[in-house]
Design a protein around this ligand. Structure first.
Ligand SMILES: [Zn+2]
Length: 373
């Protein structure tokens, strides 16, 4: 199925917004006007839509290459396969809270579409697209190079209202390069090593940030999921997803318990790329055809097709800027794309994304746009 782009529809909607003369008398009060809007973005590296919407995969769980037989019953079967609602058993917060009160999209079984628009399907191109609002075809490696592109975090950090109040924490040593900390001035705590599961550390510091520093914009980037998946460890990949979902629940509880954040903060959750599904072992990998054209010796079994489906992603959002009536892709036939995150983040904060980059992907239809009431 071919999906039209949501970006285009968003642009049209935006034009309609202005031409319909919305600059009428300002609403005197809204529930949100009590405080400045805030934004928390969370990513989990390389988490497939399959686990989010279908729960643990039967085939992978039963494959002794990916789950040791001695672990299967207690660590995979009981917690993730036996419950009647397998998706909610793995990611209860996303399903019981976010999907119920916000938006959770990318379920192909329900006809939804969500994807990256870069043609690489791995991390640096994915995070660049997410943070800058468009893919950069010149980024073809996870290189330890400072990003020439300006992220919407850097754009915000240049504004008086946000200066010094934009922060990032990430479980990957390249994040300071991706947001170009040297130039942008955005502090990125990514000092937890290059490899290996370190999400617990990232969250320990992230939690302190939320409780003490209280940034207006916070980006938390977790990475254990990708590490375990590349290692072929499905049990720990599942456990990392479950822990991630619990971190989201804790974040939401912290936000809703704090008068500075409560009912003023929109939480946005996504991933930088998907992973394969066919053949079965392709769940460990992710990369697109163009990457294989440039690197034919890297996993040559994928040279013709790339790792199919690994550009598929998913999006979740909850908070005052989320319009539930804009949620369904099915109703519109539009595809949600990673390049729409930057403009969506700016819109959450009532900032005009055109001033950031008029060619960035437009905000998602489920994010309210327009001026602050
Ligand atoms: Zn990876």
């Amino acid at each position: 199925m071919h999906y039209r782009s949501w970006s285009l529809a968003g642009t049209l909607a935006f034009a309609a917004f202005f031409s319909s003369g919305c600059a009428g008398p300002r609403a005197a009060l809204s529930t949100e006007a009590a405080g400045d809007p805030k934004l928390v973005i969370v990513t989990f590296d390389g988490v497939r839509w399959q686990e989010i919407f279908r729960g643990a995969d039967q085939k992978l769980a039963h494959d002794p290459r990916f789950v040791g037989e001695e672990w299967f019953e207690d660590w995979v079967d009981k917690p993730y396969l036996r419950p009647a609602d397998r998706p909610a058993a793995l990611t209860p917060f996303l399903h019981q809270v976010v999907a119920a009160d916000g938006v959770l999209i990318g379920n192909r079984d329900a006809g939804e579409c969500a994807r990256v628009t870069n043609d690489m399907w791995f991390s640096y191109p994915g995070y660049n697209e997410l943070l800058t609002g468009r893919p950069d075809p010149s980024i073809v490696e996870n290189d330890d190079k400072s990003n020439a592109n300006v992220s919407f975090l850097e754009h915000l950090n240049q504004m008086p209202a946000f200066a010094g109040r934009v922060q990032m924490l990430g479980t990957w040593s390249l994040f300071p390069k991706i947001v170009n900390s040297d130039r942008s001035g955005i502090p990125v705590n990514a000092g937890f090593g290059d490899r290996g599961p370190t999400d617990a550390m990232t969250w320990r510091f992230g939690r302190q940030l939320l409780l003490k520093d209280k940034p207006r914009v916070l980006y938390l980037a977790f990475g254990d999921t990708d590490e375990y998946a590349h290692g072929g460890d499905y049990m720990n990949y599942l456990a990392a997803i479950e822990r991630g979902d619990d971190v989201l629940r804790q974040i939401w509880e912290i936000l809703q318990a704090d008068p500075y954040y409560r009912d003023q903060t929109t939480l946005f959750v996504t991933t930088d790329h998907g992973r394969g599904n066919d053949p079965v072992e392709a769940w460990q990998d992710h990369s697109a055809v163009r990457y294989h054209k440039l690197n034919p010796d890297y996993q040559p079994q994928y040279n013709e097709t790339g790792v199919k489906g690994s550009g598929d992603v998913w999006f979740a959002a909850i908070g005052p800027a989320v319009r539930r009536d804009g949620a369904t892709t099915q109703a519109t036939g539009l595809c949600a794309e990673t390049r729409q995150v930057a403009a969506s983040g700016l819109s959450v904060l009532y900032e005009d994304w055109h001033r950031f980059d008029p060619e960035a992907g437009a905000p998602f239809p489920f994010i309210r746009t327009g001026d602050r009431p």
